[in-house]
Every structure is written in C-alpha cells, then in structure tokens.
Design a protein around this ligand. Structure first.
Ligand code: NCD
Length: 298
C-alpha cells in the first residue's frame, strides 16, 4: 500500500501485521532495522495543533534515521495564499519521500492524487473524518491487555460526533472482531452514521461491566452550534470519576487520545490512577508510527 489514509483501506491481516511490527519495535526486536529510513526525507505538515501525534511522528522518523522537515505552517507561504497542493508539490520537488499530514478539511485523497509514484502520504488526522494511526495505537494498547477482541465490551464516552479518533478506532475494533461497542454521551454528540454500535445517553447503563473505557474531550473548536448548553450538567452526567468507574468491570482500562481536560471528562484521580493507560497509549504511538513509516510498499 503506497499511502496510509484510512483504516478501511486495509485488511484485518494487514492491520495485524502493522500491530505486530509496532510491538516488535517496542521490544526492540527490530532494532537492527532502525536505520530503515536512511536517505529518506519525511515532511510533517500539521495544519492543526498537535502535541502527541506531531512529536511522535517526528521522533519515529528520527529513530529510523530519516531527514525530518517540520514545516512551520504559521510562518509558511500558506499565509501568503499558497494552496495546500502547491505546498506539497513544492516540497515534493525538494525530494520529500513521505508526507505526514494533519488538516481540518477532507484533503487526503486529493493530496494523494498529486504525489509521484513511491512518494507516500500518511493521514495524521483529517477533520472529523479519520485518524488512523491513533486507531492503531489504541488497538495496540488494548491488545497488550487483552489477547482477543471478540468478547470485549468497549465504552467510548463524550463528544463522539466530532471525534475522528473514535471513527477510526471503531473501524479498527470492528475489523479485529469487537462486537460490543457502546457510544455514550448526550444524544446530539452521538453520530448516527456509524453502524454496529450501541448508543447510550445514560452513563451508568452504558458503562456497566465494560472492559475498556475510552474518554473523549469536548471538541469545542469543531462545534458550529452550541452542543453543550451547561458544562456543569455535562460534567455531572458524563464525567469519569471514582464513582462512575466503579460501574465498569473491575480492572477496566481507561484510555484517552489526549489532550485531556482534567476536571471535565475525567478527574485527576482517574487520569493518574493505575487503571489509566493514557501514557501507555502515548508511548505506543511512537512505535506505531515507526511501523507505519516503514510499512512495505507492495
Ligand atoms: C486527537 C485529535 O487530534 O484528533 N488528539 C490526538 O491526535 N491524540 C483528539 C483531540 O484533539 O481531542
């Protein structure tokens, strides 16, 4: 596969192979391959804010010995009216081999079309549509706790409507056999176009006996209208705290793609608890991105 744009572009076997490769990077079995991108240039183009995704792509490419270009979008010719496609063509002419792109609009397919054969594009977050490398690190984190996805119950709580992470992670979970995925939140923040999931507006009912809890931030920057009229009500109804976590299966893992808003979707106590795997997700992110950057081109 030349590009990495959408979880659904891949088969279950391909997905499992990337996860295995990421796990091998974590265990350093692939340490001898760490110079795999020697002589290659990776360009990180982040048109939206990012800490985890950007830093981990940067580190992953450096660990693989690539030249890494982090374009400073705020001070780039984008501000002089240059289009995204012209920016990409310009950098391609300088010899960039892999583009890592985050953008607020659905631009991935049109960028992929203008790339030369052999030049790769990796989706690092596209509007509300998808964030496939985040999905991989999410399922890798779950896989480290549960060998099998078939019998897992997973709750995704919060602003699912605006979450590209949720969309991609749900696609990956379904591909890996997960049959009990519950989307929990206020009705207007639950997307109606995702199949094979259960909707639940009551947190206590939805979270009952789940193995995995994935919390999401309210993405105010993507809300065109007021989705949450009273933030205090939202906290009262949907916050993960000691009391609400106790309704899940004992030992359930707590995930969050970050950035977390402490005191809103989850309390400090939960974010820093032993059940929280939030920093494990971050750690896995570097290995997943190394695996995607070195995916066979076939
Ligand atoms: C998320 C994103 O940008 O989609 N963050 C991430 O990449 N880890 C989620 C968010 O911004 O809430």
């Amino acid at each position: 596969m030349q590009h990495f744009l959408d979880i659904n572009d891949f088969s279950r076997e391909q997905l499992l192979a990337i996860l295995a490769r990421a796990q091998a990077f974590i265990q350093q079995d692939l340490v001898r391959d760490e110079a795999l991108l020697t002589g290659k240039t990776v360009a990180n183009l982040f048109f939206e804010p990012s800490t985890r995704t950007h830093a981990s792509f940067d580190l992953a490419a450096q660990k693989l010995n690539a030249h890494v270009l982090n374009l400073d979008i705020q001070n780039s010719s984008t501000k002089k009216g240059e289009s995204l496609l012209d920016t990409v063509l310009t950098l391609q002419a300088m010899g960039v081999n892999i583009f890592v792109l985050r953008h607020s609009e659905s631009v991935m397919r049109s960028v992929a079309e203008i790339l030369n054969p052999g030049v790769r594009l990796i989706n690092a977050g596209e509007g509300c549509g998808g964030h496939p490398t985040q999905a991989l690190l999410d399922v890798l984190t779950i896989q480290q706790h549960h060998k099998n996805f078939d019998n897992l119950a997973i709750a995704i709580i919060g602003d699912v409507l605006h979450s590209r992470v949720a969309r991609s992670t749900i696609a990956a979970l379904k591909m890996l056999g997960c049959q009990d995925i519950r989307l929990i939140g206020p009705k207007n923040l639950l997307p109606t176009d995702i199949e094979g999931v259960r909707h639940e507006v009551d947190l206590a009912t939805g979270i009952n006996n789940v193995d995995v809890i994935m919390m999401l931030r309210l993405q105010h920057e993507r809300m065109r209208v007021m989705f949450v009229d009273d933030p205090q009500n939202y906290v009262a109804e949907y916050q993960l705290n000691k009391k609400t976590l106790a309704l899940a299966k004992p030992g359930a893992i707590v995930m969050h793609p970050g950035p977390i808003n402490r005191g809103v979707e989850l309390t400090d106590e939960i974010a820093d608890s032993e059940q929280s795997v939030i920093l494990r997700q971050v750690k896995n992110g570097v290995a997943v991105r190394m695996a995607v950057l070195t995916m066979p081109q076939g």
